[in-house]
Write a protein that binds this ligand. Structure first.
Ligand SMILES: [Zn+2]
Length: 239
């Protein structure tokens, strides 16, 4: 995870630099287009840099997955060592085209929209790329993946179907474009955009049910009435 955090902060600072330079140069008169040219050249080289980071990230992710697989398949430490070495070599040899990743595409769009003063779009091609890639069916959890607190107002990420606390995720992505689904093992690598987050009444019901079940199993000694009251209290707070 540390590696990913480092890579993500490098990517967001590449974007921040682009935004900053754009802001500065907006105030300069640029009749011959020289400033614009410099700005674009700089943005292009940052984009190349981002491509390398994303390539490294993709490999890192595959390595982590392969390590988990090797661990699951190996019954002894020796066997794990052998399997892991083989898998590692295979990942390193495999060519990766970072430009084809949804993350690169999304980063590129952010750079482009920065240069053109436009708001980044919730591009529909995102959905297309991810819809075919994402196949993660982790267990349903009524807890927010960042705060680990019980989700009060759920939103579902339509890219990967994971759910988050609405207020928390919106606060998070408001100030940072480089936020991805934090659920471990989630195959969705696209930065979360407000347009990806949808209300889902089914999810809301499911959370309530799960909370009720958790309470009943956690508080076996407590009286049933007490549990029921607490749940009703929750409902009131939500509405
Ligand atoms: Zn996800």
């Amino acid at each position: 995870m540390e590696f990913n955090q480092f890579a993500d902060s490098a990517l967001s600072s590449l974007l921040e630099t682009t935004k900053f330079l754009k802001e500065i140069t907006d105030g300069i008169s640029d009749d011959d287009g020289e400033v614009r040219k410099l700005l674009e050249e700089g943005a292009n080289s940052r984009l190349e840099h981002a491509e390398k980071i994303i390539e490294r990230k993709t490999k890192h992710k595959e390595l982590v997955q392969e390590m988990q697989k090797a661990r699951g398949e190996s019954t002894t430490v020796e066997k794990f060592g052998r399997t892991w070495n083989e898998r590692q070599d295979a990942v390193e040899r495999k060519p990766i085209n970072a430009k084809n990743t949804a993350e690169y595409q999304s980063f590129k769009r952010s750079i482009e929209s920065t240069l053109s003063n436009a708001e980044p779009e919730a591009n529909n091609s995102d959905d297309d790329v991810v819809a075919t890639e994402v196949s993660c069916n982790s267990a349903f959890s009524p807890y927010d993946p960042w705060t680990k607190a019980l989700i009060r107002n759920p939103v579902r990420n339509k890219m990967c179907r994971h759910i988050y606390d609405r207020e928390y995720v919106h606060g998070l992505i408001k100030n940072n474009i480089g936020i991805r689904c934090p659920v471990a093992g989630c195959a969705n690598t696209v930065y979360i955009h407000p347009a990806h987050l949808i209300e889902d009444e089914g999810v809301r019901q499911k959370i309530r049910l799960q909370v009720l079940q958790d309470m009943q199993s956690d508080t076996d000694d407590d009286e049933e009435e007490g549990t029921q009251e607490e749940v009703e209290q929750e409902d009131e707070d939500e509405d």
